[in-house]
Design a protein around this ligand. Sequence first.
Ligand SMILES: [Zn+2]
Length: 279
Amino acid sequence: MPITAYSKEAAREVDLEQWLMLNHYSIKGDPLLERMPVELREKAARDIECSGCRAHGAMLVAVGRQRGVGRSVSQGHFRFGTAGGANPHHPFCDFYFDEKAPRNADYLVNFASDKSTFTRVVRDLVCRGIRAGHFGQGDIRRMRLWFLDEKTAHAMPLDVTPELLNWCVDMDGARFARELPFQPEHGQMPGFDWTQAAKSEWCRRNAGLFEERPIRVHFRSEAIQRALKLIELKGSATVLDPTALREKYETVVQLSEFAAIYLYHQVGEKPKNHWRIDG
Ligand SMILES: [Zn+2]
């Protein structure tokens, strides 16, 4: 149930009250939207698109009021659906699960919520960019749809198991062990640790794999917790293959590093972790 959606006619993202105002309908005179003309509801279904995908069929949901008290208990919003009850959102849309079932996705950054630090930082940057005239809301809309299309074009099944991920952490931790190359006679030593020796030998023989890995990828147990949660909840999900956008991600990392260093020199503020995009 998105609070805002994209109006094709206005070429920008609006909330329910703004859309009604643009269409000369007073929500104050009809807070429960009981007297809204059929034509206006039909126009909403045509004009409004989900801001995360190209879903149509928006229904306008009025502000909810508590019985007796008259106090607002929910904000007016848009609901996307079809007469047959189908979910019109693209499966990769941020709002796909909102229409289907309550969101249970604390392993993801929820950009649909206005409560997270990420959302606040993104909103701040977007507002500055628009104010400075670098881009407009139409560009943001095009960027969102471009990203949706990239996700569709480079989709891949998530086929990593928790066992494999934990094994990577285990082997990554073992790679610093400085042991002699294995010789069969080592096994004759009292209390010889075969498991440790096997790990060390594997790391020694596959040292090239560790060098191939990008410096920002960390196989540490605390770093894989969100990934493990993702596997647990969405074992067979289809996700974006991030290697398809490697060049763009690297550009973003460069920009964020520049911003962190610039901030440090300008105000003497030590760069904080949330400016870094690691792993
Ligand atoms: Zn959508």
